[in-house]
Design a protein around this ligand. Structure first.
Ligand SMILES: NC(=O)c1ccc[n+]([C@@H]2O[C@H](COP(=O)([O-])OP(=O)(O)OC[C@H]3O[C@@H](n4cnc5c(N)ncnc54)[C@H](O)[C@@H]3O)[C@@H](O)[C@H]2O)c1
Length: 467
């Protein structure tokens, strides 16, 4: 397809949305000027911003989108971002100056989690649509401020929930939606982060609750969004426990950072960042600007997040969920089971002994981060109706890029935003809010020792059916 045809197709589907599709992406509402590319700016030129929302968009959507500005607090990382992404737009350390000078249609927010609200609100107030990375934000006050900002603007927020788009996740949605096990009554959902992926959160800003809102918000927002979407109901009440027993001050020793540590030999978590060119370019070469140390000690005493977490969530439709997240598992993977009035669904990914495999956890983490693994894999979902034999539904998908979900998410946002989606995978501000509110309620429950109602946190009222 030529560039012009692509653009016409894009604008054509945008028009179709205006005519009344209810299932389309919130971004299909954008008032892009006729025949012109989307003018986008990006704030937060770290690893996620420069790759998934940077270089990948530049390479895959040159006919649809152009970057007109990049912003970050680190001027060195900004310069690197331009080269890495292959763009020639101006760079800014001041967000308002960037938006007033470049007048973008779309602001993409990929900064540290605790700062998302600042750019989402300013972006909306300055007349732009906003696409933000998860989590929407890190506490209920900022969440309310974002909700208010979207309401007073005539612009939209989309949250980049990529997990929904993985074919394995979509298969579960399809089965539940079709009533394969009747009405869902309870769920067991357990997520295990290994000592590579789990540990990575404790090396940098994610280890501080004031920066990432704890993994209840930073990481579990993905899982809570999946639950909300799969169950198609809103969370009503949360009770949780959690503690920090492995990382932080629990470590047997500590150093300044891995590069200069005296415990390189005995520390199982030693990571030689100097062997990783991308991390050197992004972080080490620019740490003199802002002191952001990427290979920080994961046993540093200021770490104040949980490394084991467990919650019970009661949904508005009375579904009960048992959820847990651990961050120092020998293997990475997850399991879920849905109990319904007519049967049960069991699903899991990456649990090595379920396949009799011994997967290298280090290689697996590397592949997932690089998004490069295009190999296909086939995994079962078990549907077991009451009084019947179980059925195995095999789902084939790509290993890298969150099971191929990352690419589908991009295509839906930028290439076919007006298309109706039978699985309702586009996520807007309410989805972003409901997923973080479970994590925020869990934090508050641990602190207070009491269950926390979602309705107490913002003015959003939980609904039995999401839409
Ligand atoms: N959906 C996913 O699978 C996924 C994966 C990775 C990261 N993320 C999200 O992407 C975002 C970025 O994560 P990352 O891993 O790239 O982190 P990162 O640390 O590599 O990048 C964050 C960038 O934000 C900049 N920054 C910090 N404070 C700022 C401020 N006040 N104003 C402007 N810029 C500021 C930093 O200088 C840095 O360049 C996070 O919100 C994270 O949750 C999502």
């Amino acid at each position: 397809m030529t560039t012009d045809l692509n653009r016409r197709a894009f604008l054509g589907t945008t028009g179709a949305f205006v005519a009344g599709s209810l299932m389309a992406s919130p971004l299909s509402n954008l008032a892009y000027s006729q025949g012109k590319k989307i003018k986008a700016v990006l704030v937060g030129t770290g690893v996620r911003g420069t790759s998934f929302w940077g270089k990948t968009l530049v390479e895959n959507f040159p006919d649809i989108l152009e970057f007109v500005g990049l912003c970050d607090i680190n001027p060195g990382r900004l310069e690197y971002a331009k080269t890495y992404m292959g763009v020639d737009c101006p760079t800014f350390v001041n967000f308002e100056a960037m938006v007033s000078q470049t007048t973008p249609d779309l602001v993409i927010v990929t900064t540290q989690d605790s700062t998302h609200h600042e750019y989402i609100i300013k972006g909306l107030d300055m007349g732009c649509d906003v696409l933000t990375e998860k989590p929407l934000t890190t506490d209920e006050t900022k969440c309310q401020a974002i909700l208010d900002a979207e309401r007073r603007s005539n612009r939209k927020v989309i949250v980049g929930f990529n997990y929904r788009w993985g074919p394995y996740m979509t298969k579960i949605k399809e089965l539940l939606q079709s009533g394969a096990i009747g009405r869902v009554t309870s769920v067991d959902f357990h997520w295990y982060l290994n000592t590579y992926h789990g540990a990575s959160y404790f090396r940098r800003w994610h280890g501080l609750r004031q920066s990432g809102g704890t993994l209840w918000v930073h990481k579990a927002t993905h899982h809570f969004d999946l639950l909300n979407w799969w169950l198609d109901s809103d969370p009503e009440e949360v009770f949780a426990y959690g503690d920090l027993e492995h990382y932080g001050s629990n470590g047997p020793f500590r150093g300044d950072k891995c590069r200069t540590c005296f415990h390189k030999k005995e520390c199982k978590y030693f990571w030689d960042i100097t062997l990783d060119k991308r991390s050197m370019d992004l972080y080490v070469n620019n740490e003199h600007h802002d002191g952001y140390i990427r290979d920080n000690c994961l046993f540093r005493p200021e770490i104040n997040i949980y490394d084991k977490m467990s919650a019970q969530i009661k949904y508005r439709d009375n579904t009960l969920v048992n959820y847990s997240l651990t961050t120092y598992s020998p293997y990475e993977g997850w399991k879920i089971a849905f109990n319904g009035t007519e049967g049960r669904i069991d699903a899991w990914l990456d649990i090595p002994f379920m396949k009799g495999e011994n997967i290298s956890q280090a290689e697996m983490h590397e592949m997932e981060m690089s998004q490069q693994d295009e190999n296909l894999q086939s995994e079962p979902v078990i549907v077991h109706k009451l009084w019947n034999d179980l059925e195995v539904k095999n789902v084939t998908f790509q290993r890298g890029g969150h099971g191929g979900g990352d690419k589908l998410l991009h295509d839906q946002i930028f290439r076919t935003p007006g298309n109706k989606d039978p699985y309702d995978r586009s996520a807007g501000i309410r989805d972003g809010a409901m997923s973080i509110l479970i994590g925020i309620a869990a934090r508050k429950s641990i602190e207070s020792g009491h269950p926390v109602r979602i309705a107490e946190l913002t003015d959003l009222e939980p609904r039995p059916r999401r839409i």
